[in-house]
Write a protein that binds this ligand. Structure first.
Ligand code: SF4
Ligand code: SF4
Ligand code: SF4
Length: 340
């Protein structure tokens, strides 16, 4: 790995905690971004809401990709934190913080972080926006072309990974992210051919999360497609995974977020008890027109898959969808406070 400092404007903690490298800046900025996003999401409507969402996403991308030197990894951080606890509590706190913050956000606001803050969502939405429609493939001809391109991408990745296998090399440890990228392309190749498997494939994100946690516990330095964006080093495996996510997202909109993102899976679990939700209109005729506006495939004829909804708010501009505050885990639609 070699240094890639051009991506980072600062290389020191701006608000160091107890004189350590633990930086309070990401948390302060995350709080401000979330606050602005929450206000915009609930107070604005129509195009204004989506415009502010884009602005918040763009600021978030600038802050976490270009401005701050510290990455905001929430996945392996907790494993580091556990290993440091009792020996260096400040560093343990620094590693655990993002995981705790994201889980807390998920339990209150579902996958709001995904739709409003995560830079990878913005990047994939930009790609999907080029021609997204349901799974991004309107015609059988497009589907065939996508299949050929995916097969070519999978072959290139396999050849590249085979080339990296050498005696004595820690192949898997050093290429975890690329292996996940390969799995994503193979999965998309399958779902493109069998569109009805989209819903089942979404469950694989939990398997992805379990594998990620197991590898972290086993001491493997698990990397992912964001590492090359958030970190300040050029990790080729992560770069390849990012390319797979971006190209896969052109075939199936937000494919990484739908099927394999372990952070998304963590938030999806937390989202099951979320207080803020999107609710379909009570007089739904199941016409299915709203399915087309949802970039994650969370909408099916007026039914919302809470674990897949990234709270992007696009459906709120259609047919009477609205935010609801659920008062208790067992609340029925009649036990909610509604906000347009
Ligand atoms: S699913 Fe993962 S990549 Fe997608 S928006 Fe959420 S955290 Fe970001
Ligand atoms: S909520 Fe969706 S499926 Fe139901 S009537 Fe409106 S557009 Fe049709
Ligand atoms: S259900 Fe609505 S808010 Fe949720 S991802 Fe789909 S369009 Fe966005």
């Amino acid at each position: 790995m070699k240094s890639f400092p051009l991506f980072k404007l600062t290389d020191l903690p701006l608000l160091p905690v107890a004189g350590s490298w633990v930086d309070a800046t990401p948390y302060a900025l995350m709080f401000l971004l979330l606050l602005g996003a929450a206000l915009a999401a609930t107070r604005l409507r129509g195009r204004a809401r989506q415009t502010v969402r884009r602005i918040v996403q763009a600021i978030s991308a600038f802050v976490f990709i270009i401005f701050l030197h510290r990455c905001i990894c929430m996945l392996r951080g907790w494993a580091f934190a556990m290993s440091l606890m009792g020996r260096n509590n400040v560093l343990a706190f620094g590693h655990a913080c993002m995981f705790v913050v994201i889980i807390a956000i998920g339990m209150a606001f579902g996958r709001f972080f995904c739709g409003w803050i995560c830079p990878l969502h913005l990047i994939q939405e930009g790609i999907a926006g080029l021609y997204h429609r349901r799974l991004g493939l309107a015609s059988p001809r497009l589907r065939r072309v996508a299949g050929y391109l995916l097969a070519a991408g999978i072959t290139v990745l396999l050849v590249w990974l085979a080339y990296l296998v050498r005696p004595g090399a820690r192949f898997f440890s050093e290429n975890v992210a690329a292996v996940w990228g390969l799995a994503l392309l193979a999965l998309i190749f399958f779902v493109v051919a069998h569109e009805r498997w989209d819903a089942r494939a979404k469950k694989l994100k939990y398997l992805s999360l379990a594998a990620w946690l197991a590898l972290s516990l086993a001491g493997v330095f698990v990397t992912n497609p964001w590492c090359v964006l958030y970190g300040d080093e050029l990790d080729y495996s992560s770069l390849v995974a990012l390319l797979a996510v971006v190209s896969g997202g052109a075939v199936i909109s937000l494919a990484w977020c739908r099927y394999l993102c372990p952070a998304g899976a963590t938030l999806a679990v937390a989202a099951e008890v979320a207080a803020l939700r999107v609710a379909a209109p009570g007089n739904c005729r199941c016409c299915g027109r709203c399915d087309l506006v949802c970039p994650t495939g969370a909408l099916k004829e007026g039914n919302i898959d809470q674990s897949s909804c990234t709270y992007c708010g696009r459906c709120l501009e259609h047919c009477g969808f609205q935010w609801v505050w659920v008062r208790g885990a067992d609340s029925s639609p009649g036990e909610v406070e509604q906000h347009a």
